[in-house]
Design a protein around this ligand. Structure first.
Ligand code: SAM
Length: 327
């Protein structure tokens, strides 16, 4: 599994070239962006409007299960890559005093987050690791080739591999997001993964891993979120309190009544924060801590602000970030 740069890959392609919203005491894995700001809307002046009469756009066809692309719907429902990429940069700077330049994104999927990281600064580099070739290829076509210039593509490396097998190149930060590490169901395997992450970091490097929990997440239920043109469904299909095996699925439904069922299905072990902290320590991480999301007192859901805490809240559903540093 030789690392291939996105540039190399795109050259081949063209011939020339996961969801939980925190609920303080009251909803399901729709990933809450660490900090998400609605872009300010500019109101066009009358003069500008008169000058630039918008060309009539052809009416957009309504999405259906047959025409919609599940990766686009996933990115729209679950990810906020522009904001999140900047948030990790800020967190890293606040924590280490250094700029976050070289990062690795494990379980990178369509690599949209890493594309944004390389766009954020001319010296930023990103490595994305995922073992699913079709998803990586989709990301190269729709994200890398659409979002990045040729120069930016050179700063993104995509590695098709199991994350358990990657320890190079050494980076300042490793991110494992949207709970994807929960595919590892034994202490031995998750512990091995954390040790590989530790080896992959430069001294002073930081590992960020998100976690979810709360009684609401253990309920059999489906939460729905409406988006423009489709509805996102997060189904918590089953939870076994003995093994902590949790099976969840994402479906999408459309105005014509059609549905993309089981667009993504996750068979995970839901790890608890104390287990994760212990495994971080066992892998050698220093200053292992949890960043807990605060509560918006009006909505009683997450406010997008994560702070280091030693004691969490008895929220019905929560997401948090486990952080460890390499000495
Ligand atoms: C839920 S998606 C995460 C996508 C994206 N990182 C996000 O935050 O939304 C999980 C991804 O992890 C990949 N994956 C699962 N197990 C893996 C493993 N052991 N090694 C590498 N990739 C893995 C899958 O192919 C899939 O693309």
């Amino acid at each position: 599994m030789a690392p291939s740069t996105a540039t190399e890959r795109s050259a081949t392609k063209t011939g020339t070239s996961n969801r939980v919203v925190k609920k303080a005491t009251q909803k399901a894995p729709v990933k809450k962006a660490p900090v998400r700001k609605a872009p300010a809307k500019k109101t066009p002046t009358k003069k500008a409007a008169a000058k630039k009469a918008p060309a009539k756009k052809p009416a957009k066809k309504a999405l259906t299960a047959r025409t919609a692309d599940k990766h686009i719907l996933y990115q729209m429902s679950v990810q906020a890559p522009d904001t999140d990429s900047k948030t990790f940069g800020r967190w890293f700077k606040k924590y280490t005093g250094r700029e976050l330049r070289a990062w690795r994104e494990d379980f990178c999927g369509t690599s949209v987050l890493s594309c944004h990281h390389v766009k954020n600064h001319k010296d930023n580099t990103a490595v994305g690791v995922d073992f699913h070739r079709p998803t990586l290829d989709w990301g190269i076509k729709h994200n890398v080739n659409e979002l990045l210039s040729d120069e930016q593509k050179k700063r993104l490396t995509l590695i098709e591999s199991d994350v358990l097998d990657v320890t190079a190149p050494k980076v300042d930060c490793v991110l494992a997001l949207n709970f994807s590490y929960q595919v590892f169901k034994t202490r031995e395997t998750l512990g091995k993964y954390f040790k590989q992450v530790y080896k992959s970091l430069k001294p002073g490097g930081v590992f960020y891993l998100d976690a979810l929990g709360g009684p609401d997440v253990m309920q059999q239920k489906t939460d729905r979120t409406r988006h423009k043109g489709f509805t996102y469904h997060w189904e918590q299909r089953s939870f076994d309190p003995i093994s902590h095996r949790i099976v969840c699925a994402i479906h999408f439904s459309f105005p014509d009544g059609t549905m993309k069922k089981n667009a993504f299905v996750y068979d995970w072990r839901m790890w608890t924060l104390p287990e994760l902290r212990e495994l971080f320590v066992a892998a050698g991480f220093d200053d292992v801590h949890v960043m807990w999301e605060g509560t918006d007192q009006d909505t009683m859901s997450g406010n997008g602000i994560f702070r280091r805490k030693e004691v969490g809240d008895m929220d019905e559903a929560w997401i948090s970030m486990v952080v460890g540093r390499k000495k």
